[in-house]
Design a protein around this ligand. Structure first.
Ligand code: SF4
Length: 139
């Protein structure tokens, strides 16, 4: 199984705690998160543009999967040393996060994201940096 992810969603997944844009969006995100959490050898393919998270974005909400968010994708990939079309395990991607990031990077990178203020993404980076496991969704 390969999960297709764009750059910034590598970080969003670290902070996913069950919140999202709709029930269907959260169902899909929880499957992706729990697959990666429980099977960290799962292969991730880096894609440019809409990915396996975006495919569940609710059609009745303002679409934001194209446009300025590409800049955030590029900034995250540059920070982690990843490129489009590259494949790597989730475990290895977390190792890249641990080697290159600090929790404060989230507020520096994600300046326009409405979820940033909840602090869950910086907390997720902190867990990975400290070698601690990500929590089960809903725990
Ligand atoms: S602050 Fe927003 S864009 Fe940044 S990692 Fe969290 S959810 Fe993703």
């Amino acid at each position: 199984m390969t999960i297709r992810l764009r750059g910034h969603h590598l970080l969003c997944l670290l902070g996913y705690r069950g919140m999202g844009y709709s029930d269907d969006f959260c169902t899909n995100m929880t499957i992706i998160y729990e697959t990666l959490r429980t099977s960290p050898h799962t292969e991730v393919e880096i894609v440019i543009g809409p990915d396996d998270v975006c495919k569940a974005y609710p059609p009745d909400k303002a679409y934001h999967c194209e446009g300025t968010v590409y800049g955030l994708d590029a900034a995250v990939l540059a920070k982690l040393g990843l490129s489009a079309n590259e494949r790597d395990s989730w475990q290895s991607i977390c190792s890249r996060v641990a080697a290159t990031m600090v929790p404060e990077d989230i507020s520096r990178l994600c300046t326009t994201c409405p979820w940033e203020k909840y602090g869950v993404c910086s907390e997720g980076v902190g867990l990975v940096v400290n070698g601690q496991p990500l929590p089960k969704v809903g725990s």
